[in-house]
Design a protein around this ligand. Structure first.
Ligand code: NDP
Ligand code: GDR
Length: 340
């Protein structure tokens, strides 16, 4: 199915997933509108390669200043754009940081979802909405986790995502909105934020090799995660909005690894032994940890025809290769490629 002359609005378009989703939708022929939050420095690095300036007459990616904390701005934007599809990817998305800024996280990640749903209802437009729900909602409930697994969040971020999840279900039930939750397990890429564990590791491998760093301080290495590849996961988001009926879906690889496993594989990919460089710092531990997340994505496979292809070891290798290439380019003054 192609985008034809369809339009989409993406909140969080400047983030990891937003950038891959924008690329996917543009390739399908959509006009993509992105919500841009005000920052004192440039925050569009991940989408600069697909951005077209405001003077471009036939541009298909348009950015609008707004914020998930500003409900009026959201109503105005929706009334003006009347998008066919809305993808709510905007969030304070860092679990550890959510313990430092719990109110802010609750406001943007939790209430922000409600503001967007209410803006759709208030503006009276006919649109479909995707909510970026998270495996963090399962928290302490043991794996494997699927759509029927009870939630037991372990952080302000997880609690906020549970609020967003149920608000999405409620607007579907109360107002007949085509609203879906994608319950995505961890997914990574060379565009992953530098303070999430995988990217922190792969970036350190590149810097240690280049002699720019000699230690890597880490928290809990025993945590088990189900890491997939972000470009594959945005395809699942899109498929969820193309079904006859709205529903909620787990998206995962079903393959588990510990943080230690990922460390070992990433350092080996860079020709290094991780035990020589990694040290523990309690600063990176969380007040309450999520010990193990392993997803069962059978429903996504059966209904959406979606399946993860890239596994964590391959992911570690491709992220290390990308970080080495990026650093080499930086050090030699060449332009750094982001379009991967
Ligand atoms: P990122 O942290 O890379 O991106 C988050 C995006 O949200 C950025 O564009 C950021 O803008 C934007 N944002 C932050 N605060 C606000 C605000 N107040 N108003 C509007 N936008 C805001 O996250 P990912 O791309 O990794 O994840 C996308 C979504 O999916 C998030 O909601 C995340 O919680 C969720 N998720 C992610 C998973 C993963 O493994 N990556 C797994 C499950 C769910 P800026 O660039 O200016 O900071
Ligand atoms: P997570 O991702 O909390 O699962 O949330 P993160 O990469 O931050 O942590 C994964 C696991 O690694 C352990 N860990 C460390 N984590 C970080 N960031 N830094 C460290 O130094 C470190 N040492 C050990 C953590 O304790 C944890 O167990 C991500 C985010 O993208 C969320 O937005 C998303 O919803 C979930 O994935 C699914």
């Amino acid at each position: 199915m192609s985008g034809g002359n369809r339009t989409a609005l993406i909140t969080g378009v400047t983030g990891q997933d937003g950038s891959y989703l924008a690329e996917l939708l543009l390739a399908k022929g959509y006009t993509v509108h992105g919500l841009l939050r005000r920052s004192s420095s440039f925050n569009t690095e991940r989408i600069d390669h697909v951005y077209q300036g405001p003077q471009e007459p036939s541009r298909t990616l348009v950015l609008h200043h707004a914020d998930l904390s500003d409900g009026v701005a959201l109503v105005n934007l929706l009334r003006e754009l009347r998008p066919d599809e809305v993808y709510n990817l905007g969030a304070q998305s860092h679990v550890r940081v959510s313990f430092d800024v719990p109110m802010y996280t609750g406001d943007v990640t939790g209430l922000g979802t409600l503001r967007l749903l209410e803006a759709i209802r208030a503006s009276g437009i006919d649109t479909r909405i995707y909510q970026a729900s998270s495996s963090e909602m399962f928290g302490a409930t043991p794996p494997p986790q699927n759509e029927k697994t009870p939630f037991h969040p372990r952080s302000p971020y997880g609690c906020a995502k549970v609020y967003g999840y149920w608000s999405t279900v409620n607007y579907r039930e109360a107002y007949g909105l085509y609203a879906v939750n994608g319950i995505l397990f961890n997914h990574e890429s060379p565009r992953r934020g530098e303070t999430f564990v995988t990217r922190k590791i792969t970036r350190a491998v590149a810097r240690i090799r280049a002699g720019l760093q000699d230690r890597l301080y880490m928290g809990n290495l025993d945590a088990v995660r189900d890491w997939g590849y972000a470009p594959e996961y945005v395809e699942a988001m899109w498929r969820m909005l193309q079904q006859d009926e709205p529903g909620d879906y787990v998206v995962a690889t079903g393959v588990a690894a510990t943080v230690r496993d990922f460390l070992e594989a990433a350092f080996a990919a860079g020709g290094l032994d991780w035990t020589e460089y990694v040290r523990f710092d309690p600063k990176y531990e969380r007040p309450s940890e999520v010990d193990a997340l392993i997803g069962d994505a059978s429903k996504a496979r059966e209904v959406l025809g979606w399946k993860a292809e890239t596994r964590w070891r391959e992911l570690a290798e491709l992220m290390v290769a990308a970080d080495i290439e990026t650093l080499d380019a930086e050090l030699s003054g060449r332009r750094v490629r982001i379009d991967r």
